[in-house]
Design a protein around this ligand. Structure first.
Ligand code: ADP
Length: 377
């Protein structure tokens, strides 16, 4: 190792410098150059030309900042590196560098201060190795890991959403069974049949979803669009929830237009949306509360309103209410996943409809409005 301490300010003319040059010129894979304390290149050695594309003639006299990409220059990293080497004696520099042709190479290296007898910095020496291939390997690996993580997250979301949705039909199905167990069951057979048929179609749709997304978690929900009688659909959902509302001590009422209301929808998905909205009203309204569901026409769209005088929604949560896994902290004791409304929003969008939520605040109830396209007469 050559002696690093020299007394002369003109370090590059000293025998110590020639000793350095001979030693450094012999390194075939390493970029090595010497610069003035201000960072102006003076000696161009080792693999410098091969890696950077600059000949010695082109590089000598240039500032070391020529290797810094514009985004690093904008952050002042070149000046920072110089300041660091002057204060600490060494500056690590693992980063992207620019070649003469503008392409980039990842280098791992150090900039070291060479000091004179009086300990002042007389020169700088940069030593770095081209590690672009290793950097790309790491980058590819990171991408693969991120893609795998995203895939797993998608699978988890699909599993969570489907489990949530598979549970919803249980409430109306058990209502139907209650109706059929009544002593006067004969009067309710048609109603119970409608509830069971509707929920069977919801279950079939969900099982199909599950089978499809097991293979491809990114596959879009397929809609089976048809003319659907919205009044009937709302009535069926309310009928299916009556039993549950009664058990919870809630008053459940429904207001429907005098004539049938036809929309274009996937009947099973519509049930899914209505069940989620009504199920939430039941869940988030304490005993003694009132829930109202209605269907009407407003601004050329069908509008389903689900209104309750329950726990309400805090203003800071309201803008995020349709995002997956949004839940109000204060509702930790109520079972839920924060999935249902995200599904309602996705389904409403797929139908070319809209969903909105309003609440005057905690303890003051909530109103959800679902707009869906009307069927042509
Ligand atoms: P979950 O009910 O399973 O948590 P949702 O996506 O259906 O998931 O609802 C998300 C959140 O929105 C709920 O956790 C609750 O905080 C709030 N929320 C939904 N519906 C109502 C409602 N009718 N009244 C008050 N808060 C509600």
């Amino acid at each position: 190792m050559p002696d690093m301490t020299v007394s002369n300010v003109s370090f590059f003319d000293t025998p110590a410098a020639s000793q350095w040059m001979r030693f450094l010129a012999a390194t075939p894979d390493t970029v090595v150059f010497l610069a003035t304390p201000e960072g102006i290149i003076q000696q161009w050695l080792g693999a410098s030309e091969r890696v950077t594309g600059y000949t010695a003639l082109e590089a000598i006299g240039q500032p070391i900042s020529i290797f810094f990409p514009p985004e690093d220059l904008a952050k002042g990293l070149d000046a920072h590196e110089l300041a660091l080497v002057h204060s600490q004696g060494v500056a690590e520099c693992d980063r992207w560098n620019l070649r003469k042709d503008g392409s980039r190479f990842w280098a791992s290296g150090v900039l070291t201060a060479i000091r004179g007898d009086d300990q002042s910095v007389v020169a700088l020496c940069k030593v770095m190795r081209d590690k672009t291939d290793v950097r790309y390997q790491i980058h590819n690996l990171e991408n693969k890991l991120a893609a795998r993580e995203a895939d797993l997250a998608r699978h988890r979301n699909v599993a969570t959403s489907t489990a949530h949705e598979l549970r919803n039909p249980l409430m109306p199905m058990s209502s139907a069974i209650t109706l059929l167990k009544r002593p006067d069951a004969a009067r309710f057979v048609d109603k119970a049949m409608t509830i069971l048929e509707n929920q069977m179609s919801v279950l079939k749709t969900l099982i199909d979803d599950l089978a499809r997304t097991a293979h491809d978690p990114q596959s879009a929900h397929a809609l089976m669009l048809d003319r659907v009688n919205l009044s009937e659909a709302v009535r069926a959902v309310v009928d299916g929830a009556m039993d549950s509302a009664a058990r919870r001590g809630l008053e459940l009422s429904v207001v429907l237009p005098a004539s049938d209301l036809w929309i274009v929808a996937d009947a099973a998905r519509l049930q899914q949306m209505l069940l989620n909205l009504l199920g939430n009203a039941l869940k988030y309204t304490p005993r003694g509360g009132r829930i109202g569901m209605s269907a009407s026409v407003e601004a050329n769209m069908a509008l389903v309103r689900v209104e309750d005088d329950g726990v309400g929604i805090a203003p800071e949560v309201l803008p995020h209410i349709f995002e997956l896994f949004t839940r109000e902290d204060r509702q930790d004791e109520i079972e839920g996943l924060g999935v249902g409304l995200a599904i309602v929003k996705e389904m409403a969008d797929l139908h070319g409809g809209q969903i909105e939520a309003r609440s005057p605040g905690p303890g003051k109830g909530s109103v959800f409005g679902l707009r869906l396209p009307l069927a042509r007469a």
